[in-house]
Design a protein around this ligand. Structure first.
Ligand SMILES: Nc1ncnc2c1ncn2[C@@H]1O[C@H](COP(=O)(O)OP(=O)(O)O[C@H]2O[C@H](CO)[C@@H](O)[C@H](O)[C@H]2O)[C@@H](O)[C@H]1O
Length: 688
């Protein structure tokens, strides 16, 4: 394991294990800094969100749960934090962020507090909007960006967050490959024009000619790296025969090209220049911070640049289910034999930064030394800061269970590791205007319908509505249209459960398979959309035959159908084994579809468990979270959800409404990203 931590220069390089010094110059400590972590990462009650303005150093905070940290700005601009317990008593003072102990940029539910004005509901204070902010030249580097390319959540995020940041005044470029697979999907790149600015990249024992295409849309420079290796049938990572054998080459090329783009591309007449901020996403882009440190900075280039590694899914770099040095398994995860290091276009002395040694038990045979190169590991040791897509996941990856062998390394960088919960594209995912769904509705429609007569069951703490009322009407057209499309009996009153996602280990598909016979005993319908592991695809087809009137499985990747399932179902099931953030539960809540999810990672951070005993019988929460990850526990949660749907209509409507009103725009997240950008530039580059 020691070798994981070895990297050249690290001993001599300046570490940012402490918070940004400039911020601390303005901070006066009053009282004693609490030695215990102020935010128990396991406890949502102690989770807190901190937002800070760049311009004046002012901090504003909001709290979630019983523990609070308050910030006061004194006349001289000094800032201090006090922590209070449930009763409001002060139990400690501390700095934000306290050295190495506390996440200064926590993402909790504090942004989600419902309020009357739209702006407040979005968690953005008017005063904050009025402030002048520092803007940055931002370069996203990613293997996919919707709508141009998408196989999952990475594409969604890199298609939306750049637009949100551009809207906040930043200059934003997204660099991703120009995939051409010979299908109509190629047309998505049709508006991108050839910049006629070819470059030569030295790697893999030769010189590669690479071109750039460009489209300026929604305030963002979408830059597509063009090379023959991106032109082939299949998705960005593979085809029906598995992962492409040259993925290491294809994404090394992307990283090299992305480093050149700000220097050579005259976008809008001016290049981005050296003082830019690279946001590198997952392993595919992970060579970027290493290249900045090893290839550029020794020659005085990019001395003022910074890089932030954004981890969407740590398991994609490793053997995931079965960590082992089986190269066929690891190809699509970026981990390749050590001998390939020489191909990457990096100085030999930087080998240690990428060096990865599989533990003995994970090696395939006695002579296997387990030596490999792992770009994601390289980014973890060289990036200026590290972000994950939810706060819960930022803790999970520092544990042995969630770290996939990188937990010690990630823990060693804990002081620069933060989590920011993803937002969603609220224009694309809007039930009041979604072009893919049968009828349009919104929370306002629901309010109108609430005006209809409803009955209260005497002696009950819950309000119960007549069966002819709200719930069956809302979404009912979407629901019956979905039943029709999938060939299910059209039964508006029957609970309809949905699943959307990759059919693999992460998504807990094996648990659904295990539980289906018992789920099908109930009077429910179940629809699934997904592709991935062929054994699960086959299982979906077989299950459809076994439960003709109750179960439908759509094998494939189909965005319009994913919208229709999201709108038409009553319940969305997500038994993910781990989930860095998860987007489908966010889409579901926005569409009034109630999520039932495993209590993990971003699912835990975003779905609030239903509490029917909330004050005044009003109920609270937006869905159900279950734990542990067992069939029994999942079935229990599902059954409670189903019976609530059937018997407690008013509670159900409350769940729908709270989910639909939950703030989820990217602007919320963008504000928190800006805080991390500020911290990244406050310290010198991590590896000079
Ligand atoms: N068969 C199908 N047809 C149509 N659409 C389909 C589909 N299968 C999946 N999708 C869509 O792909 C996206 C999947 O996003 P997720 O966040 O659930 O998972 P993913 O694991 O890919 O992303 C990783 O990155 C994201 C982004 O950071 C994290 O939220 C997540 O936890 C992490 O695992 C959603 O937009 C979903 O609707």
């Amino acid at each position: 394991m020691e070798s994981l931590l070895m990297t050249p220069k690290l001993s001599s390089c300046k570490s940012s294990l402490n918070p940004p010094q400039a911020k601390f110059n303005n901070v006066r400590v009053i009282g004693q800094v609490s030695s215990a972590p102020l935010w128990g990462r396991r406890s949502r009650a102690r989770c807190l969100t901190l937002r800070a303005s760049v311009s004046d150093g002012g901090l504003s905070s909001s709290q979630d749960g019983s523990s609070a940290v308050e910030y006061e700005k004194e006349e001289k601009g000094l800032i201090l934090g006090t922590e209070k317990d449930d009763s409001g008593a002060v139990i400690g003072f501390h700095l934000i962020p306290p050295s190495g102990e506390v996440k200064a940029n926590q993402v909790g539910e504090s942004f989600t507090t419902a309020s009357s004005s739209t702006e407040e509901a979005e968690g953005i204070k008017v005063e904050e909007k009025a402030q002048t902010r520092v803007t940055y030249n931002i370069v996203f580097v990613t293997a996919e960006a919707a709508p141009y390319s998408k196989t999952g959540g990475l594409g969604d995020v890199c298609g939306s967050l750049p637009i949100a940041l551009a809207a906040r005044g930043h200059r934003v470029m997204v660099v991703s490959p120009r995939y051409q697979n010979g299908t109509p999907a190629d047309d998505k790149f049709a508006s991108a024009v050839d910049l006629d600015c070819p470059i030569k990249i030295h790697c893999f024992g030769g010189v590669q000619d690479v071109g750039f295409f460009h489209e300026y849309r929604d305030g963002v420079d979408w830059v597509f790296v063009d090379h023959p290796s991106y032109h082939r049938p299949g998705n960005p990572y593979g085809d029906q025969y598995g992962a492409f054998g040259d993925n290491q080459f294809r994404f090394a090329l992307l990283s090299h090209a992305a480093c050149e783009a700000p220097l050579v591309l005259p976008l809008g007449g001016f290049n981005y220049g050296e003082k830019c901020l690279f946001l590198v996403n997952d392993w595919h882009a992970s060579l970027v911070p290493v290249l900045l440190a090893a290839k550029y900075r020794p020659y005085g280039v990019y001395k003022d640049a910074r890089s932030i590694l954004v981890i969407h899914n740590l398991s994609h770099q490793d053997g995931a289910v079965k960590p082992c040095s089986d190269w066929a398994l690891n190809k699509r995860k970026g981990v390749e034999p050590a001998v390939t290091y020489k191909n990457l276009g990096l100085p030999l002395e930087w080998y240690g930064a990428l060096e990865w040694v599989f533990p003995t038990w994970a090696r395939t045979h006695a002579l296997d030394t387990g030596q490999a190169v792992n770009p994601l590991k390289g980014a973890i040791v060289t990036a200026d800061r590290i972000l994950t897509v939810s706060e819960g996941y930022s803790w999970e990856i520092t544990t042995i269970e969630g770290g996939y062998g990188l937990h010690e390394l990630l823990s060693s960088r804990n002081s620069v590791l933060n989590g920011i919960t993803n937002g969603i594209d609220v224009a694309e995912w809007d039930p009041s205007s979604d072009e893919h769904i049968a009828c349009h509705y919104s929370v306002e429609n629901l309010n109108d319908k609430v005006a209809e007569p409803f009955t209260l069951r005497s002696g009950s703490t819950h309000q119960h509505m007549s069966l002819t009322s709200v719930v069956y009407k809302v979404q009912v057209q979407c629901k019956t249209a979905l039943q029709k499309e999938f060939g299910l009996p059209i039964r508006p009153e029957c609970p309809l459960i949905g699943f959307i996602g990759r059919l693999d280990y992460q998504k807990g598909i094996d648990l659904i398979r295990l539980a289906i016979p018992e789920i099908m005993e109930d009077d429910v319908q179940f629809v699934m959309l997904g592709s991935g592991d062929p054994q699960f695809e086959g299982w979906m087809r077989a299950t459809e035959l076994a439960y003709k009137d109750k179960f439908r499985g759509w094998v494939g990747f189909n965005v319009p159908i994913s919208h229709r399932i999201t709108a038409g179902c009553d319940i969305l099931l997500m038994p993910s084994r781990f989930e860095p953030c998860g987007l489908n539960q966010l889409y579901a809540m926005r569409y009034g579809t109630v999520p039932v999810v495993h209590d993990t990672g971003g699912l835990r951070d975003t779905v609030k468990n239903f509490n029917p005993y909330a004050p005044e019988g009003s109920g609270e929460g937006t869905g159900w979270t279950f734990s542990p990850l067992t069939k029994e526990s999942m079935l229990t949660a599902l059954r409670v959800a189903i019976s609530t749907y059937r018997e407690h209509k008013c509670s159900w409507e409350g769940l729908m409404k709270r989910g639909m009103q939950r703030p989820c725009s990217w602007e919320n997240a963008a504000i928190q990203y800006e805080q991390v950008f500020e911290w990244a530039f406050t310290d010198p580059p991590y590896v000079i």
